[in-house]
Design a protein around this ligand. Structure first.
Ligand code: HEC
Ligand code: HEC
Length: 149
């Protein structure tokens, strides 16, 4: 009897660090240059990532000049005013598959102004801004994909 209680106590001790690790890894789920955990380049990520532990607030894909081949390792910057104006709200690194994603709660009820910076230093601004972080819900559907040199 005493023995089984000790075994149970040990199991609990193992479980606690695992729980903390899960909380921390969720917190960190933002794309990084060269990271390779995403998929479905070009699709509207939020069609699936709209709830639960993999819910994104901002996500999409960057393509090269062909507008067909994803471009790795660009940077997305989100501003509160047009053309890099106002406050820098968030910086998101694009991963190895051309995808970017972040769960951070940028307030899209106020218009947000994205800028994309390519690895070769080219820049592209969305001048009119967006009230949705689901970038691929327009880009690649009603608009050309997000692309850069
Ligand atoms: C058709 C549905 C669907 C679409 C569209 C989709 N995903 Fe996912 N994604 C999933 C599911 C389901 C999982 C969970 C898989 C798992 O936990 O093993 C997932 C997991 C992920 C993960 C976590 C992988 C990990 O190792 O924890 C990332 C990052 C991700 N998706 C990024 C994206 C991005 C970026 C897009 C858009 C370009 C996207 N997804 C589009 C369904 C989708
Ligand atoms: C509601 C539809 C819509 C959403 C959502 C959207 N865009 Fe756009 N985007 C547009 C339109 C329309 C233009 C062309 C007009 C302009 O530049 O303002 C554009 C232009 C751009 C451009 C300028 C170059 C180009 O490709 O034409 C970039 C860069 C861009 N968007 C990035 C983003 C990013 C990043 C997001 C997500 C944070 C996003 N967009 C969300 C519709 C959208």
């Amino acid at each position: 009897m005493i023995k089984t209680n000790i075994v149970r106590a040990r199991l609990h001790l193992l479980f606690i660090p695992a729980l903390f690790f899960n909380l921390i890894s969720c917190e960190k789920e933002v794309s990084k240059n060269n990271s390779q955990s995403s998929h479905h380049a070009g699709l509207n990520c939020m069609e699936c990532h709209n709830s639960g532990e993999h819910k994104f607030n901002t996500a999409g894909t960057v393509f090269d000049t062909s507008k067909v081949t994803p471009l790795a390792n660009a940077i997305i910057k989100l501003y509160s005013e047009p053309i890099e104006g106002g406050k820098l709200l968030e910086t998101i690194e694009v991963d190895a598959y051309g995808n970017f994603y972040s769960p951070h709660r940028i307030n899209y009820s106020k218009t947000v102004y994205p800028t994309v910076i390519s690895p070769s230093g080219h820049k592209s601004n969305m001048v009119t801004g967006t009230t949705s972080g689901a970038c691929n819900s327009c880009h690649g559907v009603t608009e050309q994909p997000i692309w850069i040199q």
